[in-house]
Design a binder for this molecule. Structure first.
Ligand code: TYM
Length: 354
């Protein structure tokens, strides 16, 4: 039986508690990102931007999930470089290590351990129904790794280790958070109240940014063509070129809505990276055609990414700072995770209590 769908969908940023709320009383947030390439504006608008905007209100744990990246073939040197690159990008985008724990998943062994234990309360059929598995396996079920199949259980372990209440993610992670809720509920019923049952925190805007060259496909780090993907590190000319060449809908009106997937996506990106609403933009570009719109959108994206790229440049020359943030983050995460695992092992009757 499936736990009742429970998703927090809010507009804008959280409004409730203030910075004066002590960390111990703040709601617990956990989210993760794979170090499988440079983050793009989909990752930024669907996840990172919300993590940054909300971090003062919550007790946050943000994880670079390198163990998840192993579910597809990876080169060790590239994985390490991507891990450091993603950590640097998160800090450049505004994640503040004084507000949030930032760490690398494989530095905290409890994630892999809890994954194995949760496997024992997860059904094979549940994993077979995961749409991300079907997409990533691409019909090659016999050849893909068992890690790709088990991926959502490791994600459940990530979330459940930290008594997480809210999981801020893009729309593509909805089903994984639902499964996490089912696993937690089943574990609690079998072994006694152990895990907090988390909720996905998915904002209606930006939860699904589409590829610029194919508005029916999600913008993705692993896309075959990078023409549809604006990476956080793309230079100004590359950004302008990708937007100029982006696919548009038939007609010439700058309007969003059904039947206008390309313009809806471009207007969403413009509105979320700038200060205007989609309807204000539609009004501004009425009768002006796609050319002027794309040219201004290009400048808006360049301007929005400029401060992040500037900070990225600074942080790239301070690798010791990034390493210290990750080491401190791992220590703090390990303290929480090991306390939780002691409880879980005890509940499950594992070990001899030494
Ligand atoms: P990943 O690395 O694919 O993506 C990281 C975050 O970015 C969001 N996202 C998008 N949002 C809007 N439009 C897009 N085109 C887009 N592409 C990606 C994702 O929804 C995600 O929030 N399985 C996770 C990583 C993970 C995790 C976790 C997340 C591992 N453990 C625990 C939350 C909690 C993933 O592959 O994300």
């Amino acid at each position: 039986m499936s736990a009742k769908a429970d998703v927090v969908e809010e507009r804008g940023v959280a409004t409730a508690p203030s910075e004066s709320v002590p960390e111990s009383a703040r709601r617990r947030v956990f989210s993760g990102m794979q170090p499988s390439g440079t983050p793009h504006i989909g990752n930024y608008l669907g996840a990172i931007k919300h993590w940054v905007a909300q971090q003062v209100f919550y007790d946050n744990v943000f994880c670079i999930v390198d163990l998840h990246a192993l579910s597809l073939p990876t080169d060790p040197a590239a994985l390490r470089q991507n891990t450091i690159g993603l950590a640097t990008a998160l800090l450049a985008a505004g994640i503040d290590p004084n507000q949030s724990i930032v760490f690398v998943q494989s530095d905290v062994r409890e994630h892999a351990e809890l994954c194995w234990l949760l496997n024992s309360v997860t059904q094979f059929g549940e994993l077979r129904r995961m749409t991300q598995f079907k997409d990533k396996a691409g019909g090659q079920d016999e050849a893909v790794s068992a890690a790709l199949f088990d991926y959502p259980v490791l994600q459940a372990a990530d979330i459940l280790l930290y008594d997480t209440e809210l999981v801020p993610v893009g729309d593509d992670q909805r089903q994984h958070v639902e499964l996490t809720r089912d696993i937690a509920t089943r574990f609690n019923a079998r072994y006694g109240e152990t895990f907090v049952v988390p909720k996905a925190d998915i904002k209606p805007e930006g939860a699904r940014i589409m590829a610029l060259d194919d508005p029916t496909a999600k913008m993705s780090k692993s896309a075959a063509s990078q023409n549809g993907v604006i990476s956080l590190t793309d230079d100004a000319d590359t950004i302008r070129r990708k937007i100029r060449r982006s696919v548009t809908d038939s007609g010439s009106d700058v309007v969003s809505g059904p039947g206008k997937p390309a313009l809806t996506n471009l207007l969403t990106i413009y509105a979320l990276l700038g200060d205007d609403t989609v309807s204000a933009l539609e009004e501004r570009y009425a009768g002006k055609g796609y050319g002027a719109f794309k040219s201004d959108l290009g400048e808006a994206v360049v301007a929005a990414l400029a401060p992040i790229q500037r900070r990225l440049g600074e942080l790239q020359s301070e690798p010791e700072h990034v390493a210290t943030v990750l080491a401190t983050g791992a220590d703090r995460a390990r303290t929480r995770a090991s306390a939780k695992m002691a409880q879980v092992r005890d509940r499950m009757g594992l070990g001899l209590g030494t």
